[in-house]
Design a protein around this ligand. Structure first.
Ligand code: FAD
Length: 307
């Protein structure tokens, strides 16, 4: 019941101001966010890669309301690409971007987001890595997939994210299961209406497995992004049946969630990538993590109560 309330709060500016200003918020936020600065993110990257994990870095930001902010998002990622080059980490670290941070919702949004993200994809290629386009709420899906298709004309390894909660996603999986395609499969983190999305968690899980079947049987590179032990086990079995070698798919989990399992999978020879968010605009991301798990909210509320 609380999940939808928290997801609605994730979009509220007044709640954003109150939560962001509360001093107690910080320790809870730090569990999920590597830091506000690039050097803190790079420190997290070094620590994770030293433990055999791969990384995808997300410079936090979404829903920009003017072109200058969109250019700032682009520049933050260009600085990140520079840091990866300097650290010689391009082979182990990719980048995740939200097109709403690049101007997708502004007038002429598809073209603007494409123009702003293209230099980032070029810079990633120069340091030997790739970019994956995060998927936001369902209203952005067509636009995000259209930008993806344009980027893939020059950079075919640009990754997509598909959400098993959406009714459309099995078709999208079929569409994107071809040679060279990289697809991160998630359950979906946004509050979506019944007209476009499954509302029952078990239905979302069952759809996740159907989507995994399509992606594992296809010719692309599946990125299995879930902390759910059942999904991890199913993915391993489907990969085995499809004759995929360990470097022909990967697991992904979020920074700070099921970290022992992340290390266990890496130690067992799987490619395990950790999604590492950093930056000052952490509110929306943080609220989605609270919404996913009541225990996170309880932890947050306890920290308020014990002050
Ligand atoms: P669940 O059934 O929700 O969780 C399974 C178990 O994992 C839980 O029982 C719990 O033990 C643990 N767990 C899950 N979430 C949490 C949490 N927040 N805190 C603590 N423990 C938790 N969603 C999008 O809509 N678009 C994206 O672009 C996107 N990118 C993602 C990238 C990565 C690498 C990952 C891992 C997730 C991403 N998500 C994205 C979020 C995703 O859609 C889910 O909301 C999230 O992963 C929770 O679903 P689950 O598959 O882990 O399964």
């Amino acid at each position: 019941m609380l999940g939808p309330v928290l997801l609605a709060a994730a979009r509220s500016d007044s709640i954003r101001r109150a939560v962001s200003a509360a001093p107690v918020t910080r320790p809870v936020v730090d569990r999920f966010i590597a830091g506000e600065r690039l050097d803190q993110a790079m420190a997290a990257v070094r620590s994770l890669t030293a433990r055999g994990l791969e990384v995808t870095l997300d410079h936090l930001g979404e829903d920009v309301t003017d072109r200058t902010e969109a250019l700032r998002a682009r520049d933050a990622y260009l600085a990140l690409a520079g840091a990866l080059r300097e650290a010689g980490l391009g082979a182990r670290v990719e980048m995740s971007v939200k097109l709403s941070a690049f101007g997708q919702a502004l007038p002429g949004g598809d073209d603007l987001a494409y123009a702003n993200v293209l230099p980032v994809v070029e810079a990633a290629a120069e340091v030997g890595t790739t970019v994956t386009l995060d998927m936001e709420d369902h209203t952005t899906a067509d636009s995000t997939l259209a930008v993806l298709a344009r980027l893939r004309e020059r950079f075919p390894a640009t990754g997509a994210v598909l959400q098993s909660c959406l009714h459309r996603t099995e078709d999208d999986c079929r569409e994107l299961a071809g040679e060279g395609s990289r697809v991160r499969l998630v359950k979906g983190a946004y509050r979506e209406p019944a007209a476009v999305a499954r509302q029952d968690k078990h239905e979302v899980d069952r759809a996740y497995v159907r989507c995994l079947r399509i992606l594992m049987a296809g010719k692309g590179y599946p990125m299995v992004a879930s902390h759910d032990p059942r999904m991890v086990a199913v993915a391993q079995e489907l990969a085995r049946r499809a004759g995929r070698k360990p470097d022909e798919y990967e697991f992904q989990m979020l920074y700070g969630i099921r970290t022992a399992e992340q290390e266990r999978l890496a130690a067992a020879g799987h490619r395990m990538r950790v999604y590492v968010p950093y930056g000052t605009d952490w509110y929306g991301y943080f609220m989605r993590r609270l919404a996913e798990r009541p225990a996170n909210l309880a932890f947050f509320l306890r920290s308020l109560a014990t002050r």
